[in-house]
Design a binder for this molecule. Structure first.
Ligand code: WT7
Length: 655
């Protein structure tokens, strides 16, 4: 740790953020001085020649085994970065730091229970573990390009597994541990994974959860022949002698060095499933060179990562934020990350504060839902010492003004800029946010597009809209290096979802937004049938599919309703087959969502209705349902096939 740097930070902290016009905050001179990027001219420079801009970042930030021949190429609807360049991601995240950061903490793990001992892995520990696991995978027959399923709680073995895959050129597919066995099975089947890394269990709110049981269920009738099990909880689990292996036993026998495989810049690094607008999730493909470049530089600049920083991103590794900012971005910068197994408010609402204090967290990156939860009866924060914090971050859903102000004032103490980052599973890294040394920081406005990324707001006919006009948020060519390179085994869906609405060479984000005269974006939210529930991405179609799988359900519509903490919650309107509605059925329907997706998709309320409003062609009119549920006037219903359904539903809701 360099003393001088700490001094600078403290100075910056004391003075805090400057306030300009109403509600616009700017970095102080001290904050600017300490920032990697503090000159606005970077935007112009990058805009002038984005290829040159990214090329210089790739050369400076990433260690390449072989330099690329061509920076970028585009062949609708695909594009490539750093063509024919070769690199290894695990080398870039670990080996390169061994010379000067060998004994520095790479990953600090905080368990669910505040009483249990934490774990600290130095860069050398991480190196040792990753090399061992890479050899274990190899010994079990994993080859370059094979898909490895990862179904793990928040323990360092998550990062270790991802990095071990990248070391040997295997493609990882991480599945959120709270997803159901069905969800895992779907992903294992589609990717054809032959191997799965999981754990016996984990702790959540003091209770042990048997993860292996779900994994056992999921691997049935898939190609998975081997399961590596990490002993996290020490619980009794079922064991299949031919198929299951303890990680600690395999580790004993494996060699401690594994040569990193030089990968092509465009080789797949991972597949991560996310919700689309249909009933089935889609496997987003991310590749190596471009993704790592964007992960590295956005982590460094957005969070102004310096050597003495410790970053806590509260996301699970099962999401893209967990991939990019709980692993690849910060580790490629040689930073220290904290990962936490449990719930932010367990065993007391102030657990998250205790963690910030305990480790002296400097960068705290979380979601608006979490912030709203913190703020509710949030008096306890007054007793907390937040002096270590330098930067606050928010991601996942639009942040409302109250939550922004509360977080900025009570946690950031008006000293730490609040960086609201807009991006998507598809974009791999952040796309819109203010930079800490430049600003401005404006409640509810996410900021400008990251340098070298070209975004625009279009009307429905594809015409560019002037400032302050709301429209479709799109990305223009050249597409950012961290962008997806396709949907796994589904070219058609890739084409339709992103590249169809506005024609060739325009990526449609599916978000509505506007921007002010200075180019700061305000994100309104999804324009499609995707709901953000507590920042998680759920498709109404997927949830409807799960519910209609119940043998008594004839039909169902899922509608998002605004919620004070979670942003949105799903409401299910269900038409039953010839059975009587009952409380038991409601419970069963809720269970149905858990079984096929996971607890995050649980409907908040279930209503049994006789009929759903439909067009003559049979399409359910969800907009009408939403208006009914939110007490908005319902538009002309005379064109419906069953206009009487509207009155019936209103009656039921009134009851
Ligand atoms: C959708 C992507 C990528 C991080 C986690 C979410 C919404 C994301 C913001 C923000 C307003 C946001 C958008 C986007 N979103 N960040 N800062 N402000 N909305 O990834 O699950 O793929 O969801 O999340 O609607 O399209 P994801």
């Amino acid at each position: 740790m360099k003393k001088t740097k700490l001094k600078l930070v403290t100075k910056g902290l004391k003075k805090g953020i400057k306030k300009g016009k109403k509600d616009v905050y700017w970095p102080t001179e001290e904050l600017k001085k300490n920032a990697w990027i503090n000159k606005k001219s970077i935007y112009k420079k990058a805009e002038k020649d984005p290829l040159k801009f990214w090329e210089s970042l790739a050369a400076e930030g990433i260690i390449w085994d072989k330099k690329w021949k061509k920076t970028y190429s585009e062949k609708y609807p695909y594009f490539q970065w750093f063509i024919e360049g070769k690199l290894n991601v695990s080398y870039n995240c670990i080996d390169r730091h061994l010379q000067d950061k060998k004994n520095k903490a790479a990953i600090i793990w905080e368990p669910d229970s505040p009483e249990e001992k934490n774990r600290v892995l130095t860069y050398h520990d991480l190196y040792y573990e990753v090399n061992k696991l890479a050899n274990v995978l190899k010994n079990l027959g994993v080859k370059k390009g094979d898909v490895v399923g990862i179904y793990l709680p928040m323990i360092p073995e998550g990062q270790i597994s991802m990095l071990a895959c990248s070391r040997i050129g295997a493609v990882h597919n991480v599945v959120f541990s709270a997803f159901s066995a069905e969800s895992l099975k779907y992903r294992l089947k589609e990717t054809g994974a032959k191997i799965l890394i999981t754990a016996d269990g984990y702790y959540r709110k003091g209770k042990v959860i048997n993860l292996k049981a779900k994994a056992d269920e999921a691997v049935k009738k898939t190609k998975v022949k081997k399961v590596i099990v990490i002993n996290r909880a020490g619980i009794k689990i079922d064991w299949n002698k031919k198929r299951d292996f303890w990680w600690h036993e395999l580790k004993e026998k494996a060699d401690s060095y594994c040569q990193p495989q030089a990968m092509d810049s465009e080789d797949t690094l991972f597949i991560l499933y996310t919700s689309g607008t249909t009933g089935k999730p889609k496997g987003i493909i991310h590749t190596t060179g471009g993704y790592l470049t964007q992960a590295h530089w956005t982590a460094k600049w957005d969070f102004n990562l310096h050597d003495d920083d410790i970053l806590w991103s509260t996301s699970d590794i099962g999401w893209i934020t967990g991939h990019t900012y709980c692993c690849y971005g910060p580790l490629s910068n040689g930073a220290t990350i904290l990962i936490y197994e449990g719930m932010l408010n367990y065993p007391q609402p102030d657990r998250w504060c205790k963690i910030i204090e305990k480790y002296g967290i400097t960068v705290f990156y979380t979601s608006p839902t979490a912030i709203r939860m913190f703020a509710k009866n949030g008096d306890y924060v007054k007793k907390i010492n937040f002096a270590s914090l330098r930067i606050l971050g928010s991601v996942g859903e639009p942040i409302n003004k109250e939550a922004w102000e509360w977080f900025f004032q009570n946690v950031g103490k008006k000293r730490s800029p609040l960086i609201d980052t807009w991006w998507q599973t598809e974009t791999g890294g952040t796309m819109i946010n203010s930079l800490p040394g430049i600003g401005p920081f404006i409640p509810t406005l996410a900021g400008r597009s990251f340098p070298g990324i070209r975004l625009a707001i279009l009307d429905d006919n594809g015409k560019v809209l002037p400032a302050n006009k709301e429209g479709n948020l799109v990305q223009l060519s050249p597409f950012a290096p961290g962008m997806l390179r396709g949907i796994y085994k589904n070219h058609k869906k890739y084409l339709e979802t992103y590249w169809n609405k506005f024609g060739k060479r325009i990526y449609f984000t599916s978000d509505g937004a506007w921007k002010d005269c200075q180019g700061n974006f305000r994100i309104i939210g999804r324009l499609d049938d995707i709901i953000k529930i507590a920042g998680h991405r759920i498709s109404t179609a997927e949830l409807e599919d799960a519910i209609t799988k119940h043998h008594f359900v004839a039909e169902c519509a899922v509608i998002p309703l605004p919620h004070e903490i979670k942003g949105n919650v799903p409401i299910a309107l269900v038409v039953l087959k010839k059975v009587k509605p009952s409380l038991k059925l409601i419970e069963e329907i809720i269970k149905q969502a858990e079984k096929f997706i996971g607890p995050i998709a649980r409907p908040d309320q279930v209503f049994f209705v006789e009929d759903l409003p439909k067009t003559r062609s049979g399409k359910i009119m969800r907009r009408i349902l939403k208006n009914i549920l939110t007490n908005q006037p319902v538009e002309d219903i005379s064109t419906l096939a069953n206009p009487e359904s509207v009155e019936n539903i209103k009656k039921i809701l009134r009851k």
